[in-house]
Design a protein around this ligand. Structure first.
Ligand code: MF3
Ligand code: CO
Ligand code: CO
Length: 227
């Protein structure tokens, strides 16, 4: 599903066009888009489309994609009662060096966090490696949004912090949660749109990027369920 949206996300297409495609793909596949009407105020769309300085929870609209944009598409689908949560970044045409840097950073942070997962590791170690990787690349890590347990509900305990934290919960075989680091080219602070109450933007208008997977802790490591 995400693959098809990524293929469709070309210059000139609006995020509302992608939103419509996302709904159609859910219908065709017998899946339910978990974002639609989620939370309070009810989220109005079936997936999140976060452009440039939008950190997360961007709402699709009539603005066409332009060369130089970076876009995160975040889809959560319910299939047979089970939730899966996934997001990826894409670049429209050629993008600035600063944007390329945050996009690569988000991907590297998620990859590194996934690589350390196994029973006996602690939840806080995810934040440690993500902070280290982001610092190495000159990016800041957003601390106002977190990953989460997931399964028969969208957001379950525990919270999975991407920043430095003291969550000394040991990972155990069978746990399922998301890792979804958000990294900024500038300051780490997010500001939520006072009108729609969802769109989270960087406080300094600098670009932001995020990638997300749903992972299962196995006996020897982890399985990326959304790969
Ligand atoms: N998919 C987001 C997450 O990774 C949550 C989006 S909530 C919504 O947890 F209502 F904005 F869709
Ligand atoms: Co999530
Ligand atoms: Co998500």
């Amino acid at each position: 599903m995400l693959e098809k949206l990524i293929l469709a996300a070309k210059e000139g297409i609006t995020t509302n066009d992608l939103e419509l495609l996302c709904r159609r793909l859910h219908d065709q596949g017998g899946a339910i888009p978990a974002a639609l009407h989620y939370g309070s105020p009810p989220y109005p769309k079936s997936a999140c489309f976060s452009l440039n300085e939008v950190i997360c929870h961007g709402i699709a609209d009539e603005r066409p994609l332009r060369t130089g944009d970076i876009l995160n598409i975040d889809i959560t689908s319910i299939v047979d009662g089970y939730y899966g949560d996934l997001s990826k970044m894409l670049c429209i045409g050629s993008v600035s060096e600063e944007k390329r840097l945050v996009v690569d950073c988000a991907r590297a942070c998620l990859d590194r966090a996934i690589r350390i997962l196994k029973p006996g590791f602690f939840l806080f170690e995810i934040g440690d490696v993500i902070e280290e990787e982001a610092a190495k690349r000159g990016c800041s890590v957003v601390d106002q949004f977190v990953g989460h347990g997931i399964g028969l509900a969208f957001h379950e305990p525990p919270q999975v912090c991407h920043h430095k934290n003291r969550m000394n919960i040991p990972l155990e075989e069978g746990m399922i949660f998301t890792i979804e680091p958000m990294v900024n080219a500038g300051k780490r602070e997010a500001v939520i749109d006072p009108v729609d109450q969802w769109t989270a933007r960087t406080i300094d208008g600098k670009p932001s990027a995020q990638e997300e997977h749903t992972v299962l802790i196995t006996e020897t490591g982890s399985d990326v369920l959304t790969a």
